[in-house]
Design a protein around this ligand. Structure first.
Ligand SMILES: Nc1ncnc2c1ncn2[C@@H]1O[C@H](COP(=O)(O)OP(=O)(O)OP(=O)(O)O)[C@@H](O)[C@H]1O
Length: 837
């Protein structure tokens, strides 16, 4: 049991609009007038102003800080004002009295501020079994109901208290079971009415007050309610206030004509069962007293006057109790000292709050208006006096010894509690373990990532090495079954290029380390998680390795195989085109037949490898006038074509698009040699039918009419080519170049395939391509863009080109060396005839 003083706080309500309008305005603008002034002097109008004095109000409360206020302070503005304005409220002199309280709330204070300073600190005690009371005291219209109940927009202490109480109950719900019951009553004209009962209290004496042997006061027949939420409490209180007696008075448009008491009973017991149960029980009384009023001041009549008299009587009884309690220092300290609780129902009801086992807060509501000068002063005097009241506060704890028969129930409760706690423990203990395991798995994952990065860096040379080995093996396999010596030689050179890599032992990249974290040893979830992470990293690494190998192989194909293939096809194309061009000029001989066969075979090879067709030239037409034809072609300006007879155009008409590409592609013409290495795979071209010189001399500039290039003039080998004119650039792409036919037996990467097609496509800027060896280091597409070479230069470049590839592979042996320059009699004759023309 501890001693406790009543906590007294003062709340000053703000001036309302009506009061603000009555505040005096200090007017210093009145001009001084001499004796000659016609306007009435201030002194003359003073009587009228004096008549108004009684209507003016002034502020009689000045808070100094949050604990001290001055009642009726001296107003400095008023002292400076002209004498006719320098009046005192109610004609009194200022008292300038200081009062100190536990807390002073200025007019600007909010509802929550009042709640935080008054009821909130008592809630913890309430739940632990300490009774509490808070009551609002003051004159009518001073803000008691506003403080206690408030409005739905600005709820007061009741709502805020219940909100705080439910929040605390919810927070401790795992440990305690708490019951909240509340009742709401009013004391109106000394009768008690239930405000929460749906049936109104029957008229008459109302509900009876009863005091038991332990001096505990109870209201007979009061209803108790169990709201589920503070919002429900607000609804109930709003409903109860509608039942509360309220009437408009001069002082307050909604004056409460009764004292209202909200009692909140809280009972709590711990969830843990034992042989002895400790049950706490406490009550919180929230009391909104009716306002005291001076009958002379209110001008109430009839029922209002009777109400006022009852209110005053009960408040007077309250004052007497406070006086008596102050004199005794508390009801329990002095024996035999009479406290007149029984003088009114209000004091009987408040007996428990004022002099009993209760922590009490008194909120003295005051008005700052001088119109309530005496009421405010009395309220402050009462409040000041109430500070001295001492109460003894003890905890309402009930120990319930269980009967043996209840032990079974207690044991069952304990078992349920144990299992519940075990569950919680498992959850709580599992969480850190799992999080610890997760952290370890995360660390292991980071280690895996760094190991994978190291492995990936080591994989790049491995991938190139593996690709070279694969190519070496493929070349060896193919060479074993190659039918011709030329193929075998070409593949041998490819093998030789890949040999350095193949001789090295095959390197394998290190596997990812399998380092399970420590937590995985005892936590299967962690182990599974780590294994999944490791498998994921390993799979990623394998995918990367495959990608690298594929890219390395593509690189080898692109740089080593594809350029050679491109050149072979280009040479074949040129050779075939040259043969076809030469055929019409030849008389029907054995050589003609052999050349025709060679041309057909070349066309077939091209058809198979690059998808281009070179149709055989119509020999009989050419035979009719070979010289003219050759001469016309040799001159080969585009405009001549229009002068040709329809018959000749008909001869030219079927000129294949492919042949255009071959003829205009002067670049590979510088190196016809490699064509012999691969062409004979399907249709072996007789060495004598693929004259190197004739192909190499095909540095024909692009013609405006691509078809003119079908029949090249052999003598251009010895004459400088006419530089290409922009207008003569081939304008039509070779449509069939993109026909997509795969070259047989050689798989070429898409890029290389495109380059292959590009090499046989028409290009006015074609130039002699580099050597095969050099081509392996440069994109083959560039070769097709080279400018046309001068025949002489081209023929001179050929030996150099043959020597250059030695760096990458030995020169492919010629399957059949071409005849010496000008060795073909038919061709030489052709050239001679051309010159004559
Ligand atoms: N702190 C405040 N802030 C704003 N308005 C207030 C405040 N206190 C009181 N009021 C207003 O003053 C008026 C009178 O207040 P209230 O009804 O609470 O007085 P009361 O003391 O309960 O009077 P009564 O004893 O006659 O019931 C109301 O309109 C109320 O809204």
């Amino acid at each position: 049991m501890t001693d406790s003083s009543i906590q007294v706080v003062v709340r000053i309500r703000p001036l309302n609009a009506k009061e603000i309008a009555l505040l005096p305005r200090v007017d210093t603008s009145t001009a001084f007038q001499g004796d000659g002034g016609l306007a009435p002097s201030p002194s003359k109008g003073q009587s009228a102003i004096a008549a108004m004095r009684s209507h003016y109000i002034r502020n009689i409360l000045a808070p100094v800080d949050d604990r001290v206020l001055v009642f009726d302070p001296v107003d400095p503005d008023s002292a400076r004002a002209p004498s006719h304005m320098n009046f005192r409220g109610n004609g009194r002199r200022p008292r300038d009295v200081r009062y100190a309280f536990d807390r002073v709330y200025a007019p600007a204070a909010r509802q929550r501020d009042v709640y935080s300073g008054t009821v909130e600190p008592m809630l913890a005690g309430l739940l632990n079994g300490f009774n509490a009371s808070v009551f609002a005291y003051g004159a009518t219209g001073c803000g008691k109901t506003h403080t206690i109940s408030g409005t739905s927009e600005d709820p007061g202490l009741i709502f805020l208290t219940m909100q705080g109480l439910y929040a605390r109950i919810e927070a401790e719900s795992s440990e305690y079971e708490t019951d909240v019951r509340l009742s709401y009553l009013e004391i109106y004209n000394e009768t008690i009415r239930d405000l929460l009962s749906p049936e109104p209290t029957p008229p008459g004496p109302g509900l009876a007050l009863r005091e038991d042997a332990a001096s505990k006061i109870s209201v007979v027949g009061i209803t108790e309610h169990t709201p589920a939420s503070p919002e429900q409490v607000l609804e109930m209180i709003t409903e109860g206030n509608q039942r509360r007696t309220q009437s408009p008075t001069e002082a307050n448009a909604a004056s409460s004509r009764s004292h209202a008491v909200l009692q909140i009973n809280v009972t709590r017991r711990p969830r843990t069962a034992g042989t002895v149960e400790e049950r706490c029980s406490a009550s919180l009384n929230v009391i909104d007293l009716a306002g005291s009023e001076r009958a002379s001041a209110t001008s109430n009549h009839g029922l209002r006057m009777k109400e006022g008299a009852n209110i005053n009587r009960s408040l007077l009884a309250l004052g007497s109790c406070i006086n008596a309690l102050c004199q005794t220092g508390g009801a329990r300290n002095v024996r035999g000292r009479h406290i007149p609780y029984r003088n009114s129902k209000l004091t009987r009801l408040l007996k428990f709050s004022l002099g009993g086992n209760c922590k009490t807060v008194m909120i003295a509501c005051v008005s700052p208006s001088s119109a309530h000068y005496d009421e405010t002063h009395n309220t402050l005097k009462y409040a000041n006096q109430a500070k001295n009241i001492q109460t003894k506060v003890s905890r309402n704890l009930l120990h319930i010894d269980r009967h043996v028969a209840q032990y079974v129930q207690a044991i069952a409760q304990l078992r349920a509690e144990i299992s519940e706690l075990k569950e919680k423990l498992a959850q709580n203990s599992g969480a850190p373990m799992l999080s610890d395991g997760l952290a370890q798995v995360h660390e292991a994952q980071a280690r895996l990532a760094s190991a994978a990065a190291t492995t990936r860096a080591a994989m790049e040379p491995c991938a190139a090495h593996t690709a070279a080995q694969a190519l070496h093996a493929a070349a060896a396999d193919y060479a074993a079954q190659a039918p011709t010596e030329a193929e075998r030689a070409a593949l041998a050179s490819l093998q030789a290029r890949c040999a350095p890599a193949a001789e090295k032992p095959r390197t394998a990249w290190p596997p990812l380390p399998l380092e399970r974290p420590e937590a995985a040893a005892h936590d299967p979830a962690c182990a599974a998680l780590y294994d999944a992470v490791h498998a994921c990293a390993d799979a990623q690494l394998r995918a990367d390795a495959e990608t690298m190998q594929r890219e390395a192989l593509e690189q080898v194909l692109k740089t080593t195989v594809a350029p050679r293939l491109v050149q072979l096809v280009a040479c074949t194309a040129h050779t075939t085109a040259a043969l076809q061009a030469a055929l019409p000029a030849l008389v029907e001989t054995d050589a003609h037949a052999a050349l025709a066969a060679a041309a057909a075979q070349g066309a077939q090879v091209l058809e198979q490898v690059a998808g281009h067709t070179i149709p055989p030239s119509p020999a009989p037409a050419v035979h009719a006038s070979p010289q003219r034809s050759v001469a016309a072609t040799a001159a080969s300006p585009a405009r001549r074509l229009v002068r040709k007879s329809p018959r000749r155009r008909a001869l030219r008409a079927p000129a294949p698009r492919a042949s255009v590409g071959f003829a205009s592609h002067a670049a590979p013409a510088a190196r016809p040699r490699p064509s012999l290495a691969i062409a004979p795979r399907r249709a072996s071209v007789a060495p004598s039918l693929a004259p190197r010189a004739s192909v190499g001399a095909r540095a024909e500039p692009a013609s405006a009419d691509p078809r003119k290039m079908v029949r090249p003039a052999p003598d251009r080998m010895r004459r400088p080519s006419r530089p290409p004119e922009p207008s003569e650039a081939p304008s039509r792409p070779v449509a069939r170049a993109s026909s997509g036919r795969a070259a047989p037996r050689v798989s070429v990467a898409p890029a290389s395939r495109a380059a292959l097609r590009a090499s046989v496509a028409p290009s006015a800027e074609a130039r002699p391509s580099r050597s095969m060896g050099a081509a392996s280091a440069a994109p083959d597409v560039e070769a097709s863009k080279a400018p046309p070479a001068e025949p002489a230069a081209a023929s001179e470049a050929a030996p150099e080109a043959e020597a250059a590839p030695a760096a990458l592979e030995p020169p492919a042996p010629r399957s059949a060396p071409p005849p010496a320059s000008g060795g073909a009699p038919a061709r030489r004759g052709l050239f001679q005839r051309q010159r004559r023309i």
